[in-house]
Design a protein around this ligand. Structure first.
Ligand code: NAP
Length: 249
């Protein structure tokens, strides 16, 4: 097993849901976590929770869409802890609607956060990993990165992009730089993701879904992340497709 105690991680989208749960899991395993998002009040509360559990966390106000904000956050993290060993690219948005509704600003937001944001953080962290000739990048894609669903056309496009980029990145940096790349593809997880859907019909559909089955918790994906990180150094867990048992699609 890879011992991750003392390693330094950057977790994006750590202010809620999967990112916050992953931060707690990693911190409990002895990882120093750089917790990044725009809502710093939430990050402050998470830091307090990490500290209470005996862990170490650094709050990073970061908009992943803005390369300068990302670079500043990574610089602060590396400055505080000396390195960045793990990157969990988790920040994402899912404002669903049918394409014929032409919600173009929401399409752009999904591309900007889910794809360009992930590229921005990867670009900022990669030089640190290349320099130390080790690292692990975990990208949170989705079941929507494997299949396409009605109403999720643009979201699916972004999550397919994350899956494709992850596999290409793995091929390019594994052998050359000793950096592992994992793509995590969750099914339905109980988080705030659906609360931001502006289309009333789709928001209701997602709320109904939550009544029909037991969703995964963010902590389940935190455990998935730990599994990949703690695999022996010669093992690259490239993809993890994790679903609620009751999810029949
Ligand atoms: N929930 C599910 O069913 C599910 C299933 C498969 C995959 N996923 C993926 O899991 C990831 C986490 O989502 P979640 O379900 O945990 O939802 P969530 O609770 O809504 O969390 C989304 C996170 O992304 C952050 N974020 C959004 N825009 C950002 C920006 N411009 N810059 C920095 N951070 C930003 C948010 O922080 P701030 O608003 O504070 O910036 C928040 O912390 C996403 O990539 C999502 O697509 C979720």
């Amino acid at each position: 097993m890879t011992n991750i105690k003392g390693k330094v991680a950057l977790i994006t989208g750590a202010s809620s849901g999967i990112g916050a749960a992953a931060a707690l899991k990693l911190a409990a395993a002895g990882v120093k976590v750089g917790i990044a998002a725009r809502r710093v009040d939430r990050l402050g509360a998470l830091k307090a929770e990490v500290t209470k559990g005996g862990g170490e966390a650094l709050v990073l106000e970061m908009d992943v869409v803005d390369p300068a904000s990302v670079a500043a956050g990574v610089k602060k993290l590396a400055g505080a802890y000396g390195s960045v060993d793990i990157l969990c690219n988790n920040a994402g948005v899912m404002p669903l609607s049918d394409v014929d509704q032409l919600q173009t600003s929401e399409w752009h937001q999904m591309v900007d956060v889910n794809v360009k944001g992930l590229l921005n953080t990867t670009a900022a962290v990669l030089p640190h990993m290349i320099e130390q000739h080790s690292g692990h990048i975990c990208n949170v894609s989705s079941i929507a990165g494997r299949k396409v669903f009605k109403g999720l056309s643009v979201y699916c496009a972004t999550k397919h992009a994350v899956a494709a980029f992850s596999d290409g990145l793995r091929m390019e940096v594994g052998q050359k730089h000793n950096i592992r790349v994992t793509c995590i593809q969750p099914g339905a997880v109980r988080t705030e993701l659906y609360a931001h859907i502006t289309d009333a019909g789709y928001r209701q559909q997602m709320e109904d879904l939550a009544q029909q089955m037991k969703f995964l918790e963010g902590s389940d994906i935190g455990d998935t992340l730990l599994f990949a990180l703690q695999a022996p150094a010669h093992v690259n867990v490239a993809e993890l497709f994790v679903l609620p048992t009751e999810q029949g699609w």
